[in-house]
Each structure stands twice: as structure tokens, then as C-alpha cells.
Design a protein. Structure first.
Length: 97
């Protein structure tokens, strides 16, 4: 899978650069832990259901909250504003397709 990572390379904090500068560092993985095709009749074993009772599996419900929680847990890290904006536009395009 393609993993877009963004890093802050300065600017925005001195007179020479009025706006922050970010660099996109794309990372390409040959294998990722992704559910490619989720079957409609997905069976979840009883033991797993009991242990996972506090979790909920959902898709495309609240992109902004996911980003906010990532920032809260990990700091801004690689999820800088330019990459968040690009991902947000992609999510909107997919949802409105």
C-alpha cells in the first residue's frame, strides 16, 4: 500500500519563510494489514465478540474525529495540515462519488 507521510522542514517561524514548509515522503509497502474485501456475511466468533465488546467497526463515518484523535494520541507527527487536507479531499470525493 501507499502510505503518504508528511514532515515539517521549517519555515513559518522566521522572517525568511512566511509560511511553513512541508515535504511529502511517500512510502510504498509491498504488504499491509488491510481488509481488501469485507464480506457482507462476515462471521465473528463468539469469543472474539466477547473480547471486542468495547470496540466498534465502522467505515467513513467521521474523518475529522479520526484525525483529531490521532493528533491527540501521537501528536501532529506525520499528519501535518497539508496531508490532512489532501486526505480529507479524497474522502469527500469518495463519499460523494
Amino acid at each position: 500500500g501507499f502510505l503518504p507521510i508528511c514532515t515539517d522542514i521549517g519555515g513559518g517561524d522566521d522572517a525568511s519563510h512566511a509560511t511553513p514548509l512541508y515535504l511529502l515522503l511517500p512510502k510504498l509497502h509491498r504488504q499491509r494489514s488491510v481488509i481488501r474485501h469485507l464480506p457482507i456475511d462476515l462471521h465473528i466468533h463468539k469469543k472474539v465478540r466477547k473480547k471486542a465488546g468495547q470496540f466498534e467497526l465502522s467505515f467513513d463515518t467521521d474523518f475529522d474525529a479520526v484525525v483529531e484523535r490521532c493528533h491527540r494520541q501521537h501528536g501532529i507527527a506525520w499528519l501535518y495540515p497539508p496531508i490532512v487536507n489532501s486526505l480529507s479531499e479524497a474522502v469527500i470525493a469518495i463519499l460523494t462519488y
